[in-house]
Design a protein around this ligand. Structure first.
Ligand SMILES: Nc1nc2c(c(=O)[nH]1)N[C@H]1C(S)=C(S)[C@@H](COP(=O)(O)OP(=O)(O)OC[C@H]3O[C@@H](n4cnc5c(=O)[nH]c(N)nc54)[C@H](O)[C@@H]3O)O[C@H]1N2
Ligand SMILES: Nc1nc2c(c(=O)[nH]1)N[C@H]1C(S)=C(S)[C@@H](COP(=O)(O)OP(=O)(O)OC[C@H]3O[C@@H](n4cnc5c(=O)[nH]c(N)nc54)[C@H](O)[C@@H]3O)O[C@H]1N2
Ligand SMILES: [Mo]
Length: 762
């Protein structure tokens, strides 16, 4: 299609479909480069089997807990990444100083392989050296006992099991703090804050069976072909049944396009009307609220004309706030809606018609909704739209946030939250006999700010790559280096580990795929997926090194060495994880007969009252919200600039870069690019392949990213895209959703300047 365009190294048009042969080929390469081919097929087949381990790739559930790898190239990458033969040993660390390692790319750092020994940083030689576990724990205890509890931060990345996460929160709370920065604060916090206000619980309401019974799916701001590959099986099945799938996304995503077939799908959904361009609506970044309000406005107009579009009975019996919501929608002008969403009134009418016709609708959403200044309000608008037609608590309908890490939802359930409920704290006190702190702790951004201003002195990370995942790297990196103590539990080396404080430890742990042997025998851990199913996961592979400890064992070791006179028998809990689960059952609702129920294949579902139309809100009703205006910024901020969205390539898992390609978007061997709309390029006098510098266009900001290559792409006008984590340097730390603290990674106003003509000539 781009015949006249100059060719740009690494940029090619990708014509193939998502999945299929391309995915099989990529899976084979992942296996070959990382694993013994001998072991690989057996390992992959054990992923998400009833007696196997939970895929560390994503949080999409499996039907009867049996996955096929038909679409799951990226699940295979996640498994082989962990089960690699490569090792990063003490010899490696003695030969490479931290300074020299910091000069490596994130891709290279993780590429060295699995960590094998507990390590301590030695400033004199600028290297990490092995240390005995007990000695490391003892030293950590000594340091922590000198610090006020509120100066210690407990970070979790959502890979940790329910058991590890529960022990981690118990450690922190017995120490005396609710400082729980976690990956969820950068991810679905807007869901965790918004949904309880709307429906009384911060979780999605649908199950896989609902997808079997749905009549319409509206997919907003997520890219399942890459990030939730197992969901592609579900979408494929829907498309086969002729269920319409409507997409709101600024970028054309290959895997979604395939199902958004204008001929077969929309006609059925829209009373056979034929004048529709597509079911794929390229909303502007940050324009979802305007679009959702536009859809709601059409619905209200249909209701006036026909009287059968709203579920009046449901609204009267189950909700509050409808009149104020409707009045605001009526008052919102079409001009504003069209300007902000980048979609026409007519486009939005197509969506509204399909929605009005469907008897059971599911709305799915991801980071395109949450990582915005008004992320929480965006989430609530989605709930509003569903409530208008009674689409919550009904078969085939509901709200479906696509969670990130494979157990991020479970971490929350078992107590990883900086704002614990009074009920949970009092249960902890009853069960353990210590008084947990009630003062709210820090979330991820607040943690960083406390580190910057010197208030926080220690950071304990249960997994993840905190500093690289956060916005504004420069400040976060510097803050890490000012700490007294950094402790990292991880499987592979990453940049955060290398940002050493006064004392720094790296602890290698078992991964999901590995056999976890404790005193009572083989252990299983448990996880909760995006649809609130809790099930067991047991690794089978030989651990990457004899020195590895499990995450529960590491947490218990640190806690035991830190808390003198602890009320918890830490070491006993590690001998048999059933004992940890018994404590979870005692402290938290929904875990009745925990140990028994995880022994049935597929596990059990956590309680979700809204699925029975019970609303645990203060009023006992589902609550409509008010989204003031249509903009996500204050007037005048970033109005005239482009909006940058930072996103994942097909070959990465968050900060883990598996390879340098982004096949479905036609990018090969590089990540230093900016996806841009051709009209916007023409307006700015830019050509495909031009090299530009990017600056953040917010008052007072000096953030910049230099030498990025512009690539023409099918993306909404006004929106540009670049890869996470490289582009995090452009996101200001305080540019966030004030209600949830989620950084606005998907709507940074930026300016672009062309580098010199000489450079262009190269
Ligand atoms: N292979 C793989 N799997 C993963 C991950 C991974 O990195 N790799 N990460 C895991 C984690 S932690 C998470 S949170 C999930 C993330 O999964 P996603 O939610 O799919 O995350 P992103 O890649 O950030 O993609 C966001 C999508 O939103 C669109 N978008 C951006 N801005 C907007 C907007 O303003 N409005 C709308 N409507 N759309 C927008 C982008 O074009 C893109 O298609 O995936 C999980 N699974
Ligand atoms: N610009 C921008 N920034 C973003 C985002 C974005 O879309 N744009 N997305 C945000 C989101 S949604 C998220 S969730 C965060 C992710 O933030 P994090 O969860 O902190 O980051 P990850 O890259 O998933 O962490 C990778 C590291 O986890 C460790 N690891 C892997 N498996 C295990 C395990 O089994 N146990 C332990 N202990 N460690 C393990 C490895 O050492 C690896 O280096 O990033 C956020 N940052
Ligand atoms: Mo995430």
């Amino acid at each position: 299609m781009h015949n006249k365009r100059r060719s740009v190294p690494g940029i090619r048009h990708y014509d193939g479909p998502a999945g299929g042969w391309g995915a099989l080929k990529a899976t084979a390469i992942a296996v070959r480069t990382q694993m013994d081919t001998f072991e690989a097929p057996a390992t992959l087949l054990r992923t998400n089997q009833p007696d196997g381990f939970d895929c560390p790739g994503c949080a999409w559930p499996d039907k009867e807990h049996k996955s096929t790898f038909q679409f799951c190239e990226n699940g295979a990458k996640a498994v082989t990444w962990e089960a690699t033969n490569k090792r990063v040993t003490p010899t490696f660390f003695s030969e490479n100083t931290v300074t020299s390692l910091l000069a490596k790319s994130d891709f290279e750092l993780e590429g060295y392989g699995r960590l094998t020994h507990p390590l301590q940083y030695h400033p004199q030689s600028d290297t990490f050296r092995p240390i005995a576990w007990e000695q490391a724990f003892a030293r950590i205890g000594e340091v922590l006992r000198t610090l006020p509890a509120d100066a210690v931060e407990f970070y979790t990345s959502g890979r940790a099991s329910n058991e590890a996460a529960y022990l981690f929160q118990l450690f922190a709370r017995e120490l005396g703090t609710n400082n729980f920065p976690d990956c969820s604060n950068m991810c679905h916090e807007a869901t965790s804050v918004g949904l309880p206000r709307s429906i009384g619980i911060g979780k999605g309401t649908v199950s896989l069976e609902d997808f079997d019974n749905t009549e319409l799916v509206i997919s907003i701001g997520h890219n399942p072909g890459t990030n939730h590959p197992r969901m592609m099986g579900t979408l494929h099945e829907l498309a086969r049944r002729g269920v319409p799938i409507i997409v709101l996304n600024p970028m054309r995503e290959r895997a979604l396009e395939r199902f958004a077939d204008p001929q077969s799908v929309v006609e059925m959904a829209t009373y056979g009307s034929t004048d529709i361009a597509s079911t794929y609506f390229q909303v502007k970044a940050g324009g979802d609220a305007a679009a959702l309000k536009g859809i709601a406005k059409h619905l209200l107009q249909f209701e006036t004309a026909r009287g059968d579009v709203l579920d009046r009975e449901f609204i009267a019996a189950h909700t509050q706030g409808f009149d104020a919501f409707a009045a605001d929608i009526h008052a919102t002008e079409w001009d504003a809606i069209e300007r902000e969403s980048g979609l026409s009134r007519h486009d939005l009418e197509q969506v509204a018609r399909a929605y009005a016709k469907s008897n059971a609708t599911i709305i799915t959403y991801g980071m395109g909704i949450t990582q915005h200044n008004k992320g929480t309000s965006n989430v609530r608008l989605i709930a509003d739209l569903l409530l208008m037609r009674g689409n919550i608590g009904k078969s085939g309908a509901g709200i479906c946030p696509l969670r990130g890490h494979s157990n991020v939802q479970g971490n929350r359930t078992v107590g990883i939250t900086e704002k614990p409920s009074a009920a949970f704290l009092s249960r902890l006190e009853e069960v353990f006999g210590f008084v947990p702190p009630s003062k709210h702790g820090h979330d991820a951004v607040q943690t960083t700010q406390a580190m910057i201003n010197g208030q926080s002195k220690a950071l304990l990370c249960l997994g993840g790559n905190f500093a690289v995942a956060m916005p504004e790297h420069e400040r976060v990196f510097q803050a890490m280096r000012s700490l007294d103590l950094c402790v990292h539990v991880g499987t592979k080396l990453n940049r955060t580990h290398l940002l050493t404080g006064k004392e720094t430890f790296i602890f290698p742990c078992l991964g999901r795929t590995e056999l976890d042997m404790q005193q009572s025998g083989k252990q299983s851990i448990t996880v909760e997926d995006s649809m609130s199913m809790v099930h067991a996961s047991a690794g089978k592979l030989k651990p990457a090194s004899r020195e590895l400890l499990s995450e529960p064992a590491i947490v218990a070791g640190m806690a035991k060495a830190t808390l003198t006179n602890s009320k918890v028998n830490w070491l006993e809990l590690v001998t048999d994880y059933d004992l940890i689960r018994d404590l979870i059952e005692k402290t938290l609702p929904g875990f009745e007969n925990y140990n028994e129920r995880i022994r049935t294949p597929g596990g059990f579902r956590m309680p979700l009252p809204p699925t029975e139309r019970i609303w645990p809100t203060p009023t006992g009703k589902a609550m409509f919200s008010l989204f003031e205006g249509v903009d996500e910024n204050a007037k005048g901020v970033g109005d005239e600039t482009l909006r940058l969205v930072t996103l994942r390539s097909h070959d990465q898992y968050n900060t883990t870069i598996y390879a340098m390609d982004d096949r479905y978007r036609g990018v090969f061997g590089r990540r230093d690019i900016l996806f841009m709309n051709e009209g916007d390029m023409a307006q700015l006098g830019l050509e495909h392949g031009d090299r530009v510098d990017i600056t953040t266009a917010l008052p007072g900001s000096t953030l910049r990213l230099d030498d990025i290559t512009v690539v023409a792409y099918s993306i909404a006008s006004g929106t540009v895209g670049a890869y996470y984590p490289e582009a995090n340097v452009l996101v200001p730390l305080d540019y966030l959703d004030k209600e949830s603290g989620t950084p606005s990674y998907k709507s940074v106003p930026i300016n672009i300047t062309l580098r010199s003509k000489e450079i262009r000539a190269l």
